[in-house]
Design a protein. Structure first.
Length: 186
């Protein structure tokens, strides 16, 4: 669908409801195309109809069997809705502040129910937050400083970083069982 204005999407409302405007997980491509703008991009070498990933700016819509299964981005520092979507960025206005502690404080103040979990193994350090009512999944990880050697950072520094200081690196909106499985696998 072609529009002469951008659709405004408030990320606070997305995090509360799990709806991206009125798009919900499980909608089929045809319904989305009739009720929502066409994506800015889709998979190279595919048609709009055959592509499994559509992009609105740097927000991805993922499909399986023509059904929307998740909305995802890992462009937290430069979150952009593209040509057709204007984002109300809420806490994303200042991405440098998006530590686990900061986000948890805002979720609590806004009375958004969540479960939080941290995992530290030899291979991974992460904190995950599952917004239980909206099925939004937030992933936080330690961020390597640019001037530090990767091996030194990975083997020494990363494991000493307080998990509350991990930075938000992605969010996913998906069907409840998919989010629950991802959360439980941590």
């Amino acid at each position: 669908m072609k529009l002469n204005h951008k659709i405004k999407i408030d990320l606070f409302e997305v995090f509360k409801s799990g709806k991206f405007d009125f798009i919900r997980i499980g909608k089929d491509k045809n319904w989305i195309l009739k009720n929502f703008p066409e994506p800015d991009e889709y998979e190279a070498g595919k048609t709009l109809e055959s592509s499994r990933v559509w992009r609105y700016g740097n927000i991805e819509f993922h499909f399986e069997n023509n059904l929307l299964t998740q909305i995802f981005t890992d462009y937290i520092d430069s979150l952009d809705g593209g040509e057709n979507i204007e984002l109300g960025k809420w806490i994303f206005k200042e991405p440098e502040k998006l530590t686990a502690e900061y986000v948890i404080r805002h979720l609590t103040e806004c009375r958004i129910d969540f479960w939080a979990k941290s995992k530290m193994t030899e291979f991974i350090c992460q904190t995950s937050i599952w917004l239980t009512n909206s099925n939004v999944y937030l992933n936080f990880q330690p961020i390597q400083k640019e001037d530090i050697d990767f091996d030194e950072w990975y083997n020494k520094i990363m494991k000493s970083i307080n998990p509350n200081e991990y930075k938000l690196c992605s969010f996913t909106i998906a069907e409840g069982d998919r989010i629950k499985t991802a959360y439980n696998d941590i």
